[in-house]
Design a protein around this ligand. Structure first.
Ligand SMILES: [Zn+2]
Length: 381
């Protein structure tokens, strides 16, 4: 059953259509025009049953949940045709329509969710007795295609498309937050073989976690202590301090991009809206419009970081970009929406690996001074 819906997320309007894939997963199209009619194209593949849902196992030492998704290992070799390109002739992909602007579909081999009922599944709680605690890995994993153009890259998208991508993420955040089994929504993009990307079609992902992630818990605990001690918002104080400091990389009236004082990664930039919003669904239209050119500028600065090094051809900067959003149901008054952009490249042709200190002890060693990284990025264009 296909549905079409005019959403009122923002002006200009986003037109959303939802269709079904052959195994029952949903595909959503986000259009800038009212008459795209993409959901009416049927998925003609024979996909069989949906993948079994995985498991969440509780680690009592770290007080963390680990998603164990053995089914993912059995996923078939990717077909020769890119599964994120639009379907064309006999080349049938995850996107049944012959073209699209931005498309989102449920991951076929998800870490969370899968062949589980949409709602009503238990949200895991820590503190239960026993040492071997597991629950079904509820939640949701989605793939976000930024463009139907296989060879495109996010940094080359026009600002209007970046805006549509952000509106798409805002809409998915709102929809996933309304499910009963999602505690936090994480929107992210990995780029580059150094990060482990195997599909080159420009795309990101959305994880609807059934729990609040360890980093978010720690950030919000720190923010709660800061409010208790000062009455102020920790993220707001950090932003105010950085805005006048030596590590700003780029800024406009509504956003500030800076390398944090205690960066973990050789190149790490945080993009804050200058006002507090809990998540993308709260972000006003003028902030979306102001974000697009600033983020594209920061990505161009990333790509230009090693351009001056004549000794090698470093290629596009590998990166991980993820939105920090408030949990769905707790501490939303403390959270501050922001994007974290990090690269594992520390020099032209050199990658920082997470070795023993980082991986076993959690003790990060940054080989590049944050002030130096900010200078390099400021000089990169
Ligand atoms: Zn493709």
């Amino acid at each position: 059953m296909n549905t079409r819906e005019e959403t009122s997320v923002s002006e200009p309007r986003v037109y959303t259509e939802t269709g079904s894939l052959a195994d029952g997963r949903q595909v959503h199209y986000f259009n800038t025009t009212a008459d795209a009619r993409r959901a009416s194209f049927a998925d003609k593949r024979d996909l069989g049953e949906r993948a079994e849902a995985g498991q969440l196992r509780y680690d009592p030492l770290r007080d963390e949940w680990i998603a164990v998704s053995a089914g993912r290992n059995a996923r078939p070799q990717l077909p020769v045709a890119c599964p994120l390109c639009p379907s064309e002739g006999h080349e049938l992909t995850e996107i049944p329509a012959p073209d699209y602007e931005v498309a989102v579909f449920e991951n076929r081999f998800p870490s969370f969710g899968g062949a589980l009922p949409e709602t009503g599944a238990p949200v895991p709680e820590t503190g239960a007795p026993g040492l071997e605690i597991s629950v079904p890995a509820t939640g949701r994993c989605e793939v976000v295609c930024f463009s139907s153009q296989h060879e495109a890259s996010f940094v080359d998208l026009p600002p209007e498309r970046v805006e549509l991508v952000v509106r798409t993420l805002a809409r998915r955040t709102a929809d996933l937050s309304a499910r009963g089994d999602v505690a936090q929504v994480f929107c992210f993009e990995n780029r580059g073989v150094e990060i482990g990307v195997t599909l080159h079609h420009p795309h990101g992902q959305i994880y609807g976690y059934p729990y609040v992630t360890p980093h978010t818990r720690r950030h919000l605990e720190a923010a709660a202590r800061h409010r208790e001690a000062t009455g102020r918002n920790l993220f707001g104080d950090l932003l105010a301090s950085e805005r006048t400091g030596p590590r700003v990389v780029a800024a406009n009236d509504l956003w500030t991009a800076f390398v944090p004082y205690a960066a973990r990664w050789p190149f790490e930039v945080h993009l804050y809206p200058n006002e507090r919003f809990a998540d993308l669904a709260e972000l006003p239209e003028e902030y979306i419009s102001a974000f697009a050119p600033l983020y594209l500028e920061v990505l161009r600065r990333f790509d230009g970081a090693f351009r001056a090094d004549a000794s090698c051809e470093p290629g596009p900067m590998p990166y991980m970009a993820g939105w920090h959003q408030a949990p769905v149901n707790e501490h939303r008054d403390l959270a501050w929406l922001r994007l974290e952009l990090v690269s594992t490249r520390r020099a032209a042709g050199k990658v920082k690996f997470l070795a023993s200190s980082e991986s076993v002890m959690g003790g990060f060693v940054n080989d590049l001074g944050p002030e130096q990284a900010a200078r390099t990025l400021r000089d990169a264009l």
